[in-house]
Design a protein around this ligand. Structure first.
Ligand SMILES: [Zn+2]
Length: 182
């Protein structure tokens, strides 16, 4: 006799999204990254949290590298394209939109495709300022935009050790991975 969980698994596989091969696993992973140039007088926003600093990312939107990297990781996991496809910088709808709205929209796309987010992990590369005091707030905001519990989102910070564009304080970058299930 088949167990209830086996029946559930079969039911879920029969409901899987169309872009899913028949023998594919139940889990999917995605990767995303983003890099923006830093310039004086721009707001520094990470995961929707405003951080006091004299420089910020240059970009069409608010330049929230963390939100952008997480969007790409989630879209990649679901094989739904990338952030440039869903939020083209020519679209007036998204001009000056807070990047947290990008995250909310990506979550809706995944919902519609039948996916559930398991967890998100990200690292932000920034020489200054120190992000440690803001990490808790950033995790909460990202989790809330994705309708997740705070424990499902991890954000870490790393300086550039004085090397490369991040280390010279010329750029901010973020790398993210996401696990989703269906
Ligand atoms: Zn970006």
């Amino acid at each position: 006799m088949r167990s209830k969980s086996e029946k559930m698994k079969r039911l879920r596989r029969s409901q899987k999204p169309q872009n899913q091969p028949a023998d594919s696993p139940q889990w999917r992973v995605g990767i995303g990254n983003d890099l923006h140039r830093l310039a004086p007088g721009r707001k520094l926003i990470l995961g929707g949290v405003r951080i006091a600093f004299d420089r910020g990312p240059v970009g069409h939107s608010d330049g929230d590298v963390l939100a952008h990297a997480v969007c790409d990781a989630l879209l990649g996991a679901a094989r739904l394209g990338d952030i440039g496809r869903h939020f083209p910088n020519t679209a007036p709808k998204w001009k000056n939109a807070p990047s947290l709205h990008f995250l909310q929209h990506v979550r809706e796309l995944l919902d519609a495709a039948g996916y559930r987010i398991v967890n998100v992990d990200a690292t932000v590369g920034l020489e200054r300022p120190k992000l440690a005091p803001h990490i808790g707030d950033i995790e909460k905001k990202v989790a809330s935009a994705l309708a997740l519990k705070p424990g499902q989102v991890s954000v870490k910070a790393k300086s550039g050790e004085g090397l490369g564009a991040v280390g010279r304080g010329e750029a901010i970058r973020a790398d993210a991975v996401a696990l989703i299930e269906f």
